[in-house]
Unconditional design. Structure first.
Length: 493
């Protein structure tokens, strides 16, 4: 089955190396958010499909995949990455069909970084040392202890719709590099690239059952059945905190391990001594990139009072200069939201902000799009001022192209305000005083704090959220800690 068949007809499950409609007979529409057109039908998985995928994954652990050396697995994963790159245009078209994001964005970030995740983690696992200890014993001969890392088993991967290929391979890459097998449940909004990857896996020589995909929804569908399945040894999930809570409850049965990256209400702190050009450019990206649908994006901006008015004016100018339109238009730098349902949610916050008395600096509604795009999930890039920190606009994750800008007067004040949230995923600090940059960054309660940058990621570093933004860390050796079990061997000498 080719990409053309997937993207314009049926999107099938990928189980044990083969595309299959499953047994449920249920399908749902795959809708392009650019214009609201149906681009295909997706087969929904239920308990039978999930069970078949888990059984295939468990069998593969005992098959050729489980007997391969780390080097052999690494060679195959390099071929997977090369296979994505060789079919770059297909993956790009599929990602843009599903998400509506500009090709300029997806071609720069989503597809190349999605491919790179396989090579990076295949190479990384070869360079992590294992521990060894000599133990003295009463007879004087001693004992030698050493650790070995073994695969955790079958990993349930539940991936989001905002960066579908990139965030799915961010999990699948290290999971496979460590010798596990996976069952992936992609978002129902964005099934195409996850399904297409099955072809690449087969072409690269990945054994049957190592990579499995079951499509569907959460409750009473593939997501719930996957997280509840006793044959799943660990679960990794990126998405809403509410969904993460439900998954964690399911994972408690059988005491399965979890790694979650959840919601955020991320702050940016802009000091008066910043390089204003850099701060505006970085904040523009952190607020509006991918139509604001980035877990690490900024929704709360705190600006030191002496530069507050100028910052608001310049960010407004930048927002009003964004061009919305079709992904293939090279001049477009902002696409639609993922769905009409999400558009309704974001517009609800736009309405609420007005009701609460916010000053709408720019935006706040639906843009006037050409006739052929009016069925899409479009919203205006939006900036507010004038609301207090206790407002729902400042407390709740909106996940759209919007932010509230507030003035502040002191370092101590802004740190306290930035931390006044149940979330703790990311933050950004803009200052040319590096003593202040280090000092403030260390006090923000989050998983990653950027100083004078945003979305700059070294995949060797720990990544994850604090508070209600997640549990666990992935990236670098931290991915190995989640995707493997450390087993100790004690040899009496």
């Amino acid at each position: 089955m080719s990409y053309k068949a997937m993207s314009h007809r049926d999107v099938l499950h990928f189980i044990n190396g083969e595309y299959t409609p499953g047994t449920s007979g249920l399908t749902f529409e795959n809708i392009c958010p650019v214009d609201g057109q149906v681009i295909g039908r997706v087969h929904e998985g239920k308990r039978d499909e999930v069970d078949a995928a888990v059984q295939a994954a468990r069998a593969a652990l005992k098959g050729p995949w489980g007997r391969m050396s780390m080097a052999e697995r690494g060679e195959i994963l390099h071929r997977v990455a090369d296979g994505i790159t060789a079919r770059f245009d297909e993956f790009l078209e599929a990602e843009c069909l599903d998400t509506g994001k500009p090709r300029s964005l997806a071609s720069h970030i989503d597809i190349p970084r999605g491919a790179a995740n396989f090579k990076i983690f295949a190479d990384l696992v070869k360079n992590v040392p294992e521990e060894s200890f000599h133990l003295a014993t009463p007879d004087g001969a001693g004992a030698q202890n050493y650790g070995i890392r073994v695969p955790k088993g079958v990993i349930g991967v539940i991936s989001p719709w905002n960066l579908p290929l990139l965030l799915m391979t961010w999990k699948v890459g290290p999971a496979l590099a460590c010798g596990n097998t996976v069952v992936v449940k992609p978002s129902e909004e964005t099934p195409l690239t996850t399904a297409l990857l099955g072809e690449v896996m087969n072409d690269a020589g990945v054994p049957k059952g190592v990579y499995n995909v079951v499509h569907g929804f959460g409750p009473d569908s593939a997501g719930a059945y996957l997280t509840e399945h006793p044959g799943v040894d660990a679960i990794t999930f990126t998405g809403e905190t509410r969904t993460g809570t439900a998954i964690m409850k399911a994972a408690a049965v059988g005491v399965r391990d979890v790694s979650f990256e959840l919601g955020g209400k991320n702050p940016a702190i802009v000091f008066a001594d910043c390089d204003l050009d850099k701060a505006i450019e970085g904040t523009m990206r952190s607020v509006f990139a991918n139509c604001g649908q980035v877990c690490l994006g900024t929704e709360r901006v705190f600006v030191e009072r002496p530069i507050f008015d100028e910052f608001v004016a310049r960010l407004r100018q930048g927002a009003e200069g964004l061009k919305l339109g079709r992904p293939e238009d090279e001049t477009v730098n902002m696409g639609p939201l993922i769905s009409k349902e999400h558009q309704k949610k974001v517009l609800g916050y736009y309405d609420l902000a007005r009701e609460l008395g916010a000053t709408v600096v720019t935006g706040g509604g639906v843009p006037d799009m050409p006739e052929d795009l009016r069925g899409g999930a479009w919203v205006e890039p939006t900036i507010w001022t004038g609301l207090g920190d206790d407002s729902p606009i400042m407390k709740e994750e909106i996940f759209g192209p919007c932010c509230h800008i507030s003035p502040f007067d002191s370092e101590e004040e802004v740190i306290e305000r930035a931390n006044d949230t149940v979330y703790g995923l990311a933050s950004a600090v803009w200052t040319e005083n590096m003593s202040r940059g280090h000092r403030v960054a260390a006090q923000i309660e989050c998983g990653i704090c950027w100083v004078n940058s945003w979305f700059l990621r070294d995949l060797r570093t720990a990544f994850g959220g604090s508070k209600q933004s997640g549990i666990g860390r992935e990236g670098g050796v931290h991915s190995l800690e989640f995707y493997t079990e450390l087993r100790n061997i004690c040899v009496k000498l």
